[in-house]
Every structure is written in C-alpha cells, then in structure tokens.
Design a protein around this ligand. Structure first.
Ligand SMILES: Cc1ncc(COP(=O)(O)O)c(C=O)c1O
Length: 317
C-alpha cells in the first residue's frame, strides 16, 4: 500500500467512527401509541446515506480503486450525494454530483457547502445516470463511480451496521419498516433479519407518480435497482401509500412530539406502519423533515429556517 493510500485509508476509517450508532426515540402517533424511530438524520451529513457513502468509499480506497487524485462521481436524487460530498470533503477528494434538475435548492446548497461540483439532467435520476455514464465512458480512468444502484457495499453497510444496531437497541422488535430507493436499506435488513423473528416491511413510494416522494422508487414505474434483492425482501412485504396521507400524518407527529418534523419518506413509511397490529415497531427514519423547507413549512404552518451544514458537523479528522 502506498503512503498516500495508507493515509487515505487511515482517514476514512476515522470517519467511520462518526457514522452510525444513531439513537432510537419513541415517536408518538397518538397520545397512546408510539413506534420506535431510528434517527438516521443524526448521522454527520444528515441522513442514512452517510453509511453506504462511507462504506462504498472505504472499500474502494482499501482495494486501491480510489487514490488521492481520483474524482468521485455519483448520480443521485440527493442524500447519497450529500453523504459522498461530506466524505470527499473530509478526505480532500473531488466529488462530481449528477442529479435531476428538480433537486431542491436546499440540497444544492448543502452539496455546494461540501465543495461538490454539480451537474444537472432533465428527467429523473435514471437520466442523471445516463449523463454520468456518457461522461465516464469518455474518461474511465479519471473517475470512481460510486454507483449506489449496483454497488454491494451500499446494502452491506446496512447488513453490517444499521440492522445489528436496531436488533441491539430494540430486542423486543417485531417488525422493522424501511423506505425503498436504491434497495440498499431493504436488502441489507432482509439479509440481517433472515434468521430472526423480526419481520421486514418496505414502503416504496406513493401510488401517484406525479406526486412521488423524492428518494423513494416504486417498482411499478421503474426497473428494479440491480442491488435490490426482491427474493430476500419478499414482494408481498412491499407497500405503496396515499400521497394525501403524508402531510396529515406529519402534522400529527409534529403535534404529539414537541415539534419534531419527520421527513417525507419517513411519513410515507409510517402511513403504512401505522396499519400494523404488531406491538413493537421500528421505523427507520432516513432523514429529518427540516432538510425539506417547503415540506417543513407545510407541516409547521410557518416559515422554517434552513439548517446550515456547519451546525451539523463537528468533524476533526
Ligand atoms: C430520504 C430517503 N429515504 C429513503 C431512501 C431509500 O433508501 P435506499 O436507497 O437504501 O433504498 C433514500 C434514498 O436515497 C432517501 O434519500
């Protein structure tokens, strides 16, 4: 291992100590009923995606695919890009982020704060992926494409860390509810829960494509992400939700939990989890509602202030 690879690998392993081990809190759905919520918004760059971002780069550094001069690239609807941008910022690597032009101003600001170079496509994340692919084909040696939809180190982050944490933190859990995007969280949990009595339940998006939730993917509209293991997840465990139910639910949660704002994917997951009769439910909350200004304004009925990334970070490396 060269000196620079050694130093990069030391740094990325230090970062690994900052990601994960997120808290579980009781989230009240009514004055008498709560679910256990794993607060992935408490990761250093604000979402569950810090885990796969770090794990994909960790392995690429350890196997020599990424060295100090490599440019990291990804196509993403936001949170994976923010996770990668954060890790790259800490490691002194250049990061190129390809997104649909619908990416929110707030996420653009966070990415820019981490020094990401931003590229935009028309259409959805699949179109951003096509744009990135074309770029890489012209200059394959210059880039490392993290490729969350095909990279096994995405779902393995959840198999090795997120799921064992949940089983430790809530030993009485009967069901774990997660959102479906790349299929990383659901596939990792599906493998981790295989020999347990804990049931995995997955919410893929709303039933109306025009009113879909950013970050989630509905298999009725898009092809299966290559890493998503539908046999392990069990398609009978996958649900879609009513777009009209989300804000009402988030308002209710805001009211019963001292002003806590769930993110849109968490709201989508809970609309379905709420129908379960299981006694101990764990909901994996991928990020916090304050990351989505328009959403947070709707939930609170007031103008919410953006969280500046400086407030999210305390990162001596
Ligand atoms: C807010 C949010 N929730 C859920 C997901 C889905 O997670 P996964 O890609 O692990 O399926 C994503 C993915 O980007 C996301 O950004």
């Amino acid at each position: 291992m060269s000196l620079t690879t050694q130093s990069l690998s030391n740094k990325v392993q230090k970062l690994a100590t900052l990601v994960g081990n997120t808290p579980i809190r009781k989230l009240w759905l009514t004055p008498n009923r709560f679910v256990y919520m794993k607060e992935e918004g408490k990761n250093p760059a604000g979402s569950i995606k810090d885990r796969p971002a770090l794990n994909m780069l960790l392995h690429a550094i350890l196997n020599g695919e990424v060295t100090q001069g490599t440019v990291i690239a990804e196509s993403t609807s936001g949170n994976t890009g923010i996770g990668l941008a954060w890790v790259c910022h800490e490691l002194g690597l250049e990061y190129h982020n390809y997104s649909p032009s619908s990416l929110s101003g707030q996420k653009r600001d966070i990415l820019a704060d981490f020094g990401a170079h931003l590229f935009f496509s028309d259409g959805g994340t699949d179109d951003a992926t096509k744009m990135l692919k074309a770029k890489i084909e012209n200059d394959p040696d210059f880039y490392f494409w993290a490729s969350q939809f095909t990279n096994d180190n995405n779902w393995r982050a959840h198999l090795e860390n997120t799921a064992p944490e949940v089983l430790r933190q809530v030993p009485q859990a009967e069901e774990v509810w997660v959102a479906f995007g790349s299929g990383g969280t659901s596939t990792g949990f599906a493998h981790a829960l295989k020999n347990t009595n804990v049931k995995l339940q997955v919410v893929q998006n709303t039933v109306v494509r025009e009113r879909r939730v950013e970050g989630m993917r509905n298999l009725a509209w898009i092809s299966k992400p290559p890493i998503a293991d539908l046999d392990a997840i069990g398609q009978e465990n996958m649900y879609s939700t009513d777009p009209d139910a989300l804000i009402d639910l988030a308002e209710r949660i805001y009211q019963y939990n001292d002003g806590f704002i769930v993110g849109p994917t968490t709201a989508a997951v809970i609309t379905q989890a709420e129908r379960s009769t299981a006694k101990a439910l764990v909901v994996i909350s991928a990020d916090n509602g304050s990351r989505y200004l328009d959403w947070a304004n709707q939930v609170t009925g007031t103008a919410a202030q953006p969280i500046h990334t400086d407030e999210l970070l305390e990162l001596p490396v």
